[in-house]
Ligand binder design. Sequence first.
Ligand SMILES: Cc1cc2nc3c(=O)[nH]c(=O)nc-3n(C[C@H](O)[C@H](O)[C@H](O)COP(=O)(O)OP(=O)(O)OC[C@H]3O[C@@H](n4cnc5c(N)ncnc54)[C@H](O)[C@@H]3O)c2cc1C
Ligand code: SF4
Length: 636
Amino acid sequence: MSPGRPQVYDVIVVGGGFAGTLMAHRLGERGRRVLVLEAGVRAVNAAQGHRRAVDSYLAASAKVPGSPYPSHPAAPWPEVTDLTGASGGGYRSDGYLIQRGGLPYASGYVRANGGTGNVWTGLTPRMHPEDFRTDLFGYGRAWPIGYADLEPYYRAAEREIGVAADAEEQRARVGLPLPHGYVFPMRALPPSHLDRLMAGRLDGRCVKDPGAEDPVELRVVGTPHARNGVPNPSYEGGAGYVPVGASGQPDQHNRCVGHASCIPVCPAQAKYTPLKTQARWSPTVTLVDRAVVSRVLVDGTGRATGVEYLSYGDGDGDGHGGGVDRHRVTADVVVLAAHAVENAKLLLLSGLANRSDQVGRNLMDHPVLLAWGLMPEQVGPYRGPGSTSGLEGFRFGRARRRRAPFRIEIGNWGWVWATGGPEGDLAALLGPAGRQGRGRLRGAALRAAVRDRVGRQFALQFEMEQGADPANRITLDPGSRDALGLPRPVATYDLAPHVRDGIAAAKEVSDQIFALLGAEDHSDYAPGPGQPGHFVHHGRSYAFRGAGHGAGTHIMGDSPSTSVVDEWQRCWDHPGLYAIGCGSLPSVATSNPTLTMAALALRSAERVEGELAARDRPVALHRRTAPATTTTGDAS
Ligand SMILES: Cc1cc2nc3c(=O)[nH]c(=O)nc-3n(C[C@H](O)[C@H](O)[C@H](O)COP(=O)(O)OP(=O)(O)OC[C@H]3O[C@@H](n4cnc5c(N)ncnc54)[C@H](O)[C@@H]3O)c2cc1C
Ligand code: SF4
């Protein structure tokens, strides 16, 4: 704190999304005065806000992640619909994120209070110990910490967000070294009908992976979830766990009831969102919404002192109508938690933390290859969460050297991600005769055809680990500005040969799995409007999608010359400045990233608290004493 100047806040947190909400929560619990500045809009009343989100989603013609949260021009975000594939290959981009890469960065995020965690799917696997050392396999970057450093924080995150999983299965089938006796807060969600069918046909069978020397044994494994299931009575030595229900209140009976609209909104509020944690914030945490941080302030020594932000009113955010005001606010610690892309944008805008020239670089995601088909029998799609189980055997081992490792998610939501969902199938069946060999069906014939077509749909999602590559990056375009006059971010993105080899291997594995299932393969990667991620590799067509797992843009490391933040997510170059979230991840790993990012945020919160405690410690006063005199002892 500057001497003589009153200061209201100990910490400013930029962004009320996943990472920022957890950081503010932990510091609030310690009585710290925290100001959360949130670019998006916050509902005045949580219950009403939820109702409005569900209504907006129902009314939206395109059911995309942002549908429940109409974007405001003052805080725009990239949406998956911004990208269109060209018929001869290539893509067109028409949105907030400017795209200049050989391939598009195909993921969006959400700038509304609660952030992208409002719309996420809620899958929460941990990283495997091997994931922390991709450098040993010849790609990516090593973490400055290992699994053991993060383990206690994984447990803290699993408690905070309420994870349902089977500890024994995670130990035995994924190889996670969970502490002796540990169980998750809630029991695993039941496998879907499709999971059971797959397990019956695949468990114990082997496929040839072109990257591996030995055949890989298949095993359907339950996926950890941040959504309410049945509380585990053995949790915490028999203390049990009370799920957090609608609007953050404890509710023993709040359970996932299978609405199947987790992306983008769970009507039952069984899925965790940061709003549940916000409902339990201490009164020392203050959230100001419609506050777009535009600059981080530092003093002459480089120490962070606060931020500048632009607030907008109810108008359209372009400076007309609602009005825009500029503010400055100070604190001892500034924590950037605005999402991987927006954190990089803020550091670049401020000209800070870039001694290593790594700010904005190493942009990663999990490029996804989708494979979709029809099972010989009904599989009961469009019930429950998007994926309840997966195949984990392609994540580890020496094959990582030859191709990107991948998780396979078994998709419960038919072809919705691949081709747009059952409405398209229905339209085809109702449409002109001859289309898809059918057409003009009505009544019982139509019902039978829909049941046959939609009821047998399934998809496999192969999520590739993408190594840190400095050429994949976020920069700013000063010539292209948003409604507040801030430069728009530019993505330069491509897939390295290692990732392309992973995608090719995944397709070969997929072909064998489809054969074992006796399923018809309808996957189609021909270039066209729905395939902006189309590319050709070794003469074959593929197309990838983005997973929404943006990472790496303020990468963590053990040296200020090669990384932006240290193992505590402190910016090397600026005392008092933290950048948290997936942007810190040195590798995006073979697991969905958010649980790891949440564990890191809770770990960093301890370090911030330590800094504040050191500030508050009374300074020891030393009494002036007389100079020491030498006495000669009298030995007599
Ligand atoms: C469709 C989808 C599904 C996903 N499913 C999963 C999953 O199943 N499992 C998983 O692990 N991950 C999943 N993810 C990823 C997950 O949602 C993100 O990793 C996570 O939300 C990132 O958290 P964050 O706090 O870093 O950023 P965010 O959650 O995006 O929060 C950032 C916040 O900062 C605010 N902000 C931005 N700019 C500013 C500014 N200048 N000033 C003030 N505030 C600002 C934003 O409004 C927002 O509230 C999914 C993502 C998507 C898109
Ligand atoms: S399946 Fe339904 S109830 Fe369960 S988390 Fe998803 S939307 Fe909510």
